[in-house]
Design a protein around this ligand. Structure first.
Ligand SMILES: Cc1cc2nc3c(=O)[nH]c(=O)nc-3n(C[C@H](O)[C@H](O)[C@H](O)COP(=O)(O)O)c2cc1C
Length: 213
């Protein structure tokens, strides 16, 4: 099964072009097993994130980790209720923050979030390759998180990621279980624009016309 699209994802996800199945196999379930994950796997994922490119190699990302019961309760309390409902079983929560200025000269770093996003992509891809799942959340109280977690003013609070092992979707509430479906994507051709910004090609009037019988 090395580098194959996983059978549970295949009905929902078929790439238009041949790529490593690793990209397609990463998805964001909400059914987390409460089973802990081993430290080494987690550190391997942070190691992957470490090698992301960044402007002037600033590496603006930082990862605030919650693994103990008391830390997890503290982080969980910062999430919006809709996220708390399923994230509460995840054994690890990580808040990704990003430094807004360059360390070398204190000037604003306009691409800090872009670079931290790259790092989070590497992190989640590595977790998936290790057989773990992750689910990002923008739904949390940033102001309260800044205070509770002592985040300095020079850092943006970007997203909290739940990390763990895939659990049993049957244990989710009915409302959450209904959303436990792998997402698809629009075609590559609708994201790539040749030569400048172009609107998606409209269907021509003829294509819409039903031919005469
Ligand atoms: C930065 C970020 C924030 C997100 N915020 C939430 C959130 O607050 N709650 C939620 O249920 N899912 C959230 N998601 C999950 C997205 O909805 C999901 O990644 C997207 O639908 C694509 O699905 P996939 O990750 O399974 O490929 C977030 C994802 C990212 C990357």
């Amino acid at each position: 099964m090395e580098n194959q699209i996983s059978p549970e994802l295949k009905p929902y996800r078929q790439p238009d072009h041949e790529i490593s199945a690793d990209y397609v196999n990463r998805w964001s379930p909400r059914a987390f097993s409460p089973e802990p994950i081993d430290d080494e796997s987690l550190m391997r994922a942070f190691e992957a994130a470490r090698w992301a490119a960044s402007s002037y190699n600033e590496q603006p990302w930082r990862f605030l980790l919650a693994r103990t019961d008391s830390d997890r309760a503290k982080f969980l309390d910062l999430l919006i209720p809709a996220n708390q409902e399923w994230a509460k079983t995840a054994p690890v929560l990580v808040l990704i923050i990003s430094k807004k200025t360059f360390t070398m000269n204190g000037q604003p770093n306009s691409v800090n979030q872009f670079d931290a996003g790259t790092a989070s992509g590497y992190l989640t891809l590595e977790l998936s390759k290790l057989g773990l799942i992750s689910h990002g959340m923008a739904g949390f109280d940033r102001d309260r998180a800044r205070t509770v977690l002592n985040v300095p003013a020079d850092f943006d609070l970007l997203a909290v990621f739940a990390i763990g092992k895939h659990g049993d979707p049957a244990l989710l509430s009915e409302q959450v279980r209904e959303r436990e479906v792998p997402s698809g994507r629009r075609p590559v051709s609708e994201s790539v624009m040749e030569g400048g910004f172009t609107l998606p090609k409209e269907k021509s009037a003829e294509e819409d016309t039903i031919p005469d019988a």
